[in-house]
Design a protein around this ligand. Structure first.
Ligand code: KIV
Length: 289
């Protein structure tokens, strides 16, 4: 288990890790138990990602969650008082309509307990980034495969494979870094592109499916612990450190068998009454063992 910290991690501290020796680690969490697990493991940042829509709420994409949904999950994570920085993911359409709405939505996540927010997109989103930064809220960028653009991208596909697209991603990253983002997620891009971006900006890059030349890595909690719906294709970049869906199912099966076999509950899992009470109720000898 990782050593515990005395103070919570801040966005400026993450920015200061750009040329550090130890890569930055971020893992998603969506509720109190998952937040406790990842914080106890010593992650630097907990991302309350809009991936909650897919891995927890059973939707086929991330477009179904609202700012209120995200605030609900940010609150659950923040109430565990983690040492890690809590990053709240701004959902689709929460930063696309106007500067006012963007700032209010970012503030909703901060009031729920986030210390920073994340949004998807490059140069197109500079206005949203500057509006949020103006309200003194740290912003994490996210480029490459941006799941909120799934319909525009035509599916969950690796991005930046062609020269123009790769150059476009480098320009997006430079623009986000210059605008003041404290870190940038690079999702599903070839490692050469991730390396070029990482070398081009003074802001840590956090990769997911972007190879090892990033300043940090992020994985989705349910992916790394092996919670996968039957038939779900596990992306190549996921390393599963456990098979918890199988283990949890086996544990619940044992409970089912114990109940059906009369082995649960046992006497020491039962509240008993004093014998006099049983007697008074006319139940003497009935059930005190
Ligand atoms: O929502 C999420 O979990 C994310 C990560 C994949 C970076 O955005």
């Amino acid at each position: 288990m990782a050593t515990s910290r005395t103070a919570a991690v801040t966005a400026p501290e993450i920015l200061g890790r750009k040329h550090g020796e130890t890569p930055v680690v971020m893992v998603t969490a969506y509720d109190a138990p998952s937040a406790r697990v990842v914080d106890a493991a010593g992650v630097d940042m907990i991302l309350v990602g809009d991936s909650v829509a897919m891995v927890v709420l059973g939707y086929a994409d991330t477009l179904q969650v609202t700012t209120e949904d995200m605030a609900h999950h940010v609150g659950a994570v923040a109430r565990t008082k983690p040492s890690a920085l809590v990053v709240g993911d701004l959902p689709w359409l929460s930063y696309h309509v106007s500067r006012d709405e963007t700032v209010r939505n970012a503030a909703t996540l901060v009031r729920a307990g986030a210390g920073a927010v994340k949004l998807e997109g490059g140069r197109k989103r500079l206005d949203a980034v500057s509006a949020i930064l103006d309200a003194e809220i740290p912003v994490m960028g996210h480029i490459g495969l941006t799941p909120q653009s799934i319909h525009a991208l035509g599916g969950f596909k690796v991005q930046g494979k062609q020269l123009d697209a790769a150059r476009g991603l480098v320009e997006d990253a430079i623009a986000l870094a210059e605008a003041g983002c404290f870190a940038i997620v690079l999702e599903c891009v070839p490692d050469g592109v991730a390396r070029m971006i990482t070398d081009s900006i003074e802001v840590p890059t956090i990769g997911i499916g972007a190879g090892r030349h990033c300043d940090g890595q992020v994985l989705v909690y349910h992916d790394l612990l092996g919670f996968a719906a039957p038939g779900h294709r596990i992306p190549k970049f996921v390393r599963q450190y456990a098979t918890q869906e199988i283990e949890a199912s086996e544990a619940v099966s044992r409970f089912v068998d114990d109940v059906r076999g009369g082995r649960f509950p046992a006497s020491d899992e039962t509240y008993h009454m004093a014998d006099q009470m049983l007697d008074a109720l006319g139940l003497y000898g009935a059930a005190s063992t």
